[in-house]
Design a protein around this ligand. Structure first.
Ligand code: SAH
Length: 248
């Protein structure tokens, strides 16, 4: 049970595995008025940047669960580097169906709503770990602009146009699920670049260091296709945001 090596090659150096950059993540933490000692559960926590920096900056404590051994190891190293290892636990495992043993103040899933079978399922999953009155954080994509054709949909790695809402549609969807959206930060084309573009250098460097590797052809192909899809489609059409929700 682990993430395929191709992801680790492309994203292994990332601190944040989503198109919101470190400034936006810090802005969100501030906007949420987090209080020291609050407990955060982060499902699909990646390399743990949200929990680690919020532990350092706002005194949070918590647990991250992720299926990647490489990212979980990075998260532990980052917690040690920031001096918050005593307050941040990172567990390697499948977050699908994961429920905290004690209700938490903040329950998050940032950029992995497939673990609950979609947005609604992930809200339902996180709800099982959240104390009454707690804060839920969901990182999710939406159409920033209506995709004009099927090539755009596929270039954004989205199954079909109907798989995503518009931004207003996504907010309505949370509303229909019984949640008020109380804060959000959104990616923009520049922060998308901060996520996507470093992967090109990561892959290129890996290719130079691993000539003849069995994944070399696949990675060269990925470098070319991902780059085209990013500049042609994703950075303009694929919206992405972290939404803070409170149950009504
Ligand atoms: N929340 C992090 C990571 C987002 S990328 C961040 O914003 O930086 C998506 C993450 O989901 C990856 O770290 C991947 O390893 C993880 N993942 C995918 N399927 C998973 C599963 N079933 N259980 C736990 N983690 C999963």
């Amino acid at each position: 049970m682990d993430l395929p090596l191709s992801f680790v090659i492309a994203e292994g150096n990332d601190r944040i595995h989503n198109p919101v950059d470190s400034r936006k993540l810090a802005d969100l933490g501030e906007a949420l008025r987090l209080t020291p000692g609050s407990r955060l559960l982060d499902l699909a926590s990646g390399s743990g940047e949200m929990l680690c920096t919020w532990a350092r900056d706002f005194g949070l404590r918590g647990t991250g669960v992720d299926i990647s051994t490489a990212f979980t190891a990075s998260a532990k190293a980052r917690a040690a580097e920031l001096g918050v290892a005593d307050r941040c636990e990172f567990v390697h495992g499948d977050a699908a169906g994961y429920v905290a043993s004690e209700p938490v103040d903040i329950a998050a899933c940032i950029g992995a709503t497939w673990i609950g079978g979609g947005t609604a399922g992930t809200v339902a999953l996180l709800e099982q770990s959240l104390r009454p009155g707690g804060l839920m954080l969901i990182g999710e994509c939406y159409w920033r602009q209506d995709p004009p054709d099927e090539a755009t949909v596929k270039g954004c790695y989205i199954e079909s146009r109907a798989s995503l809402f518009s931004l207003a549609g996504l907010i309505d969807h949370f509303d229909e699920l019984g949640y008020d959206v109380v804060e959000m930060v959104l990616a923009d084309p520049d922060s998308w670049d901060r996520y996507a573009a470093p992967h090109w250098l990561n892959i290129r460097t890996w290719l130079d260091e691993h000539p003849g590797h069995e994944l070399a052809d696949e990675m060269r192909h990925k470098l070319q296709v991902d780059r085209v899809n990013h500049v042609r489609y994703q950075r303009d059409y694929l919206g992405w945001g972290i939404f803070a929700l409170m149950k009504r």
